[in-house]
Design a protein around this ligand. Structure first.
Ligand code: BGC
Ligand code: BGC
Length: 620
């Protein structure tokens, strides 16, 4: 160790002298340095000095490029390098062919090869929405969406999930995850309710621990990725649960409900924060200097970098596309990197012009670059720009799936039980029905392979809830499945109806008209009840549903949320292999007409926040 220290400081001295020459003189590099390594490339030098050295060598074009993020479908590696883009992202479902870890690694390594072959050789950072595992990639371990993890109320497990997600992401070259969503969803009609850990800040505060898992002990660990706390701020507080809508609350309420999770994220050292599409009292967050610069960077002392959301700056003036005025407002408000999926060339020329005409001070450009480059150095991207493919051997492994299954078990909330659960494993006759019983796409929800997700029995590898029920059946037990309930008769001891929602994401999931079961589910429940067989309802959904009218005639009710790839975890609870511990992190309303209804507001729902039953004894 002491030997290493000496070596380090010797190197640092040599390169500091060189840097001194550079800074003192013009940008002309001394002849002798042709062979010497520039300070910024010296992995032993302190990050702050490397950043300073690198920035002294960068032109305005380099700096503007660093602040720009394009979409993989819009920028080839060569185009990305020519424009000096700082980052490339995969939008939801924007995947290489083949959509495998190797396919991703090949794609991302090609971006890195092009980027590191330019003059200064600054690597890009590649980002993707790792919202419930590395969900864009086929074969990834897909964890329950946040609403389920909130019910599980096990932040240490969530930290482990973060570590697995990071490992599977890094295995593909993705070193930046757009997660966690720390939204506090106040109105369940909002299409992003399932991305929320719970309706009160404590749920997101405690589970922000996932950041520790994602980022690991050090950002430059091969299996670490940089996390993103999103969306700052007030996304879950819009009037009517309108996605990207207007959060009309006082500063006091904004601070009390929506700020605490970000404070916690900063305490965990989160590397980036994404700005939210919503407005706060009529002003779009993307242009709000008070929120971004004063509150986030000033008061919270966030030292990482701020990324805008998908075309988010376009919305500042309410007109399509972005103008120079919007670019100026967003950057001056404190956004450091701008997600302009497609129009990156126009963005670059606009931003440059706004600097040259004095609308945006160079100090702001430098601040943004300092923040972005600091993270790139901390991530070790300059030393290791290419994918560590040795991590691929554990991609989607049985060990990772076992953790996901545990999370599924822990996230189940038993809401009603008239003695029909747990299911006897032996000598039983079980009927299983419903559109979500045997559909991995439905149980995984949105942000799975594609942005919106999709129905489909085997769209991803994993186990369906039906698979789990079948696998758990013991000697003498018969499990019969028919989606529509065909063939049910009084000879069955129990009928499990797995109903609820089908995949959606963001505004496509807004349901201002109510959260009732659909016609297929209602017809199924009618049919099962008519058979006289006791019915257990399992809801697969991104939020509490309107179930009050059905409740009296069912014998059991389990909220399964959106469990992801390991449906067998639901069966673990149905059979009592795991005695349920999940508790509602959302008030379950009598009807969605009660929305918004939240803990502490003194109103009575169907089941209160924190509710969840267990089995008193195991009777097999
Ligand atoms: C979403 C973000 C996401 C981004 C990139 C946006 O539409 O609001 O949560 O990170 O797209 O896919
Ligand atoms: C992209 C998503 C993005 C969304 C924003 C979609 O086309 O795939 O990543 O979040 O657009 O509207």
């Amino acid at each position: 160790m002491p030997l290493l220290r000496t070596t380090r400081s010797l190197r640092a001295t040599r390169t500091t002298v060189l840097a001194g020459l550079l800074l003192a003189g013009t940008a002309v590099v001394p002849m002798a340095s042709a062979a010497a390594t520039p300070l910024y490339k010296n992995s032993h030098a302190p990050v702050s000095e490397r950043v300073k050295d690198l920035m002294a060598r960068m032109t305005l074009d380099d700096k503007v490029g660093q602040m720009t993020q394009g979409e993989r479908g819009a920028a080839t590696p060569a185009q990305s390098a020519a424009a000096r883009l700082g980052s490339i992202l995969s939008g939801g479902g924007s995947t290489p062919t083949p959509n495998t870890p190797a396919g991703w690694a090949d794609m991302i390594d090609a971006y890195q090869k092009a980027a590191t072959s330019t003059g200064l050789g600054i690597p890009i950072i590649y980002g993707s929405d790792t919202v419930h595992g590395h969900n864009n990639v086929h074969g990834a371990t897909v964890f329950p969406h946040n609403i389920g993890l909130g019910a599980a109320n096990d932040p240490r497990l969530v930290e482990k999930i973060g570590a697995i997600t990071a490992e599977e992401s890094a295995a593909t070259g993705v070193k930046w995850g757009f997660a966690p969503c720390l939204c506090v969803a106040r109105d369940d009609r909002w299409g992003r309710t399932y991305e929320s850990f719970g309706e009160i800040p404590r749920n997101a505060v405690e589970n922000s621990r996932i950041i520790k898992g994602l980022q690991g002990r050090e950002l430059d660990d091969p299996a670490s990725i940089m996390a993103t706390a999103k969306h700052f701020i007030g996304d879950g507080g819009t009037t009517g649960g309108d996605d990207q809508g207007n959060t009309q609350i006082s500063l006091e309420e904004l601070r009390r409900i929506h700020l605490p999770p970000f404070r916690a994220a900063v305490a965990h050292g989160v590397g980036s924060v994404m700005i939210s599409f919503n407005s706060w009292n009529g002003v779009k967050d993307h242009g709000n200097k008070f929120l971004i610069t004063d509150l986030l960077k000033g008061e919270l002392r966030f030292s990482g970098f701020v990324i805008s959301d998908w075309n988010g700056i376009d919305q500042i003036d309410g007109q399509e596309g972005f103008t120079a005025a919007e670019v100026k407002q967003a950057v001056n408000a404190g956004i450091d990197m701008i997600m302009v999926p497609y129009d990156y060339l126009k963005f670059i020329s606009t931003l440059k012009a706004e600097v040259l005409n004095g609308h945006i001070p160079l100090s702001r450009i430098d601040d943004a670059n300092r923040r972005i480059l600091t993270k790139k150095f901390e991530l070790g991207l300059f030393e290791h720009p290419y994918t560590d493919r040795s991590l691929q051997k554990d991609f989607g492994s049985a060990a990772h799936r076992a953790v996901a299954r545990q999370a599924v078990r822990e996230s189940q909330v038993l809401l009603k039980n008239d003695g029909v659960l747990p299911l006897a494993k032996r000598d039983n006759k079980i009927f299983v029905a419903g559109k979500n019983a045997n559909d991995l796409g439905n149980q995984a929800g949105g942000w799975t392979l594609t942005w919106q997700g999709q129905s489909g029995e085997r769209v991803i590898p994993g186990t369906t809830i039906l698979d789990g029920i079948k696998a758990g059946a013991g000697k003498g037990t018969v499990v019969t499945y028919d989606r529509a309930g065909g063939g049910i008769d009084s000879g069955y001891r129990v009928a499990i109806a797995v109903v609820g929602e089908t995949p959606y994401a963001e505004g496509e999931g807004d349901r201002p008209g109510g959260l009732g079961l659909d016609a297929e589910d209602l017809a199924l429940l009618g049919k099962l009840k008519a058979s006289g067989v006791p019915v257990v309802v399992v809801t697969v959904s991104g939020r509490p549903l309107d179930i009050a009218a059905q409740l009296p005639s069912v014998k059991g009710l389990v909220a399964a949320w959106l469990p992801g790839s390991e449906g067998a975890g639901v069966a673990d609870v149905l059979y009592g292999d795991y005695n349920p511990t999940g508790k509602l992190s959302f008030t379950w309303p009598k009807s969605s007409a009660q929305e918004p209804i939240n803990a502490g507001d003194g109103r009575q729902g169907l089941f209160p926040y924190g509710y969840g039953l267990s089995y008193r004894r195991h009777h097999r």
